[in-house]
Design a protein around this ligand. Structure first.
Ligand code: NZQ
Ligand code: ZN
Length: 429
């Protein structure tokens, strides 16, 4: 009986059991896949741990250069560093001198765009000779970066280029402050510094918490005299600073995304108008604030970062003497195209929230937003291809070789290898 029942049971239920087994197996496999993808998402979408501290005081607005007289203690021996002469032509020099008429002052002129190591060493000698103990930069990002470096090099015993290569060597040094005359780099409120060494065809960026200026004066009126080319450079640079911290992958950093999108939208709104009306106070003040907020570490809290365009862009400046902003506009649309799969989700978010692109398939929206980004660069007067600067196919190997030489891969996934750089450069020819 038992045997019979057993037999009946085996025969009649065999099919059902097998089907159920297959079903369970499939469900399990599906479940496993589902669980895996959740885990993957959890890894990808978790906000990164971070610590945040920005000690720079910002003094913003019309007529604020006068505050130098009280912001710099009267007993300080101040070296003021300048660029090539714009500060004398547009009246900023008089304002600074007037504010500091009761201070001890030494002037150092001639810090060039993409500040040159050998020039900065001359400034270091002068500062040491005059027993300077306070450094004031009056100029754009190059003058300020140069001045940050001077402050570090003044106390360094060895070859100061070591500090550029090894930022751990940076330490507390003489205070650096700025009158920022060009909205672009964000150097006025950050811990970054970029120095060039033309004899070695090198341009390197480094970071240290000892590089924050103690204060920066931002008077939008001082930027009225900027030539169109420099305004264009600055707009593209500040736009890219936001993108380097935003255009990666979703990291569950909802506030950071919206801050970044807010800065992008504001630059898109006011950028072309600033180019058309460079002496409109309202436009310039909004744009100036965007440039500072784009790279003062506020929008980087807890998010993955890219920076491949900046790293490769530095090689372009070192090789072809292109301005920093120009390098970014050439590389970025091509980089987005090459990395469109990696950046897929954020590209769709950027398309929707920043440019209002909501129609079409996902791939069509991605195409549209990359085209929009390049069009924006063109609208503010920027060229976006190598050939427009007379640079041809030789750039492909030359740039890939520079990246290979560094022995590094860039980007949020470290996927920007020399091979990928080759693809990007080819696409940007
Ligand atoms: O040298 P002067 O005569 O002052 O003329 C300058 C220079 O020729 C002129 N200029 C500046 N303010 C002006 C003005 N002309 C008229 N009116 C004014 N108010 O503009 C020219 C370019 O100046 P520069 O300082 O070179 O430009 P920018 O501020 O774009 O700085 C570029 C440098 O900063 C680095 C770049 O790599 C490059 O070396 N960066 C620094 C960063 C940082 N510290 O955080 C980040 C950036 O990504 C960038 O890499
Ligand atoms: Zn930049």
């Amino acid at each position: 009986m038992i045997r019979k029942r057993k037999q009946i049971c085996t025969i009649s239920e065999f099919g059902i059991l097998s089907i159920n087994f297959v079903k369970i197996f499939m469900r399990k496999a599906f479940l496993a896949k589902f669980v895996n993808s959740i885990c993957f998402l959890q890894n990808v979408t978790k906000m990164n741990n971070f610590s945040f501290q920005n000690p720079t005081k910002i003094i913003f607005g019309k007529g604020t250069i006068a505050q130098l007289s009280t912001e710099i203690p009267i007993d300080k021996r101040v070296m003021i560093s300048f660029g090539g002469g714009s500060a004398k032509r547009n009246g900023i020099y008089e304002q600074v001198m007037d504010a500091l008429k009761n201070h001890f002052i030494v002037e150092f002129w001639g810090i060039e765009a993409n500040p040159e190591y050998e020039t900065l060493l001359k400034a270091v000698s002068l500062a040491k000779e005059k027993n300077v103990n306070f450094l004031l930069a009056v100029g754009g990002g190059s003058v300020l970066d140069g001045t940050k470096f001077i402050s570090q090099a003044m106390l360094y015993e060895g070859e100061p280029w070591d500090i550029v290569k090894n930022p751990a060597l940076a330490k507390p040094s003489y205070p650096v402050a700025a009158v920022m005359t060009m909205p672009a780099t964000g150097s006025e409120m950050n811990h970054r510094c970029v120095v060039s060494y033309r004899a070695k065809k090198e341009k390197l960026a480094f970071m240290s918490r000892h590089l924050f200026p103690i204060f920066s004066i931002l008077d939008p009126e001082v930027a009225y005299s900027l030539p169109k080319k420099q305004l264009t450079n600055g707009i593209v640079d500040s736009f890219l600073h936001v993108m380097e911290q935003y255009m990666t992958y979703p990291a569950n950093a909802l506030l950071m995304d919206r801050w970044a999108e807010g800065i992008l939208q504001t630059i898109i709104e006011v950028g072309p108008k600033v180019i058309a009306n460079p002496s409109d106070y309202d436009l310039m003040s909004n744009y100036m604030l965007c440039a500072t907020m784009a790279l003062n570490e506020f929008i980087s809290m807890g998010v993955p970062q890219d920076w491949a365009t900046h790293r490769v862009g530095q090689e372009l400046t070192a090789l072809y003497e292109l301005d920093h902003g120009q390098t970014l506009a050439i590389l970025y649309p091509a980089l987005l195209q090459v990395l469109r799969k990696e950046k897929h989700e954020k590209l769709l978010q950027y398309a929707d929230r920043v440019w209002g692109i909501r129609k079409g398939s996902e791939e069509e929206r991605v195409d549209a937003v990359i085209a929009k980004t390049e069009e924006f660069f063109k609208n503010v007067g920027m060229r976006t291809r190598f050939h427009e600067y007379g640079i041809g196919e030789e750039a492909v190997e030359a740039i890939a070789e520079r990246v290979r030489m560094r022995g590094m891969a860039y980007g949020e996934h470290k996927s920007v290898t020399p091979d990928l750089v080759r693809e990007i450069v080819k696409l940007a020819l």
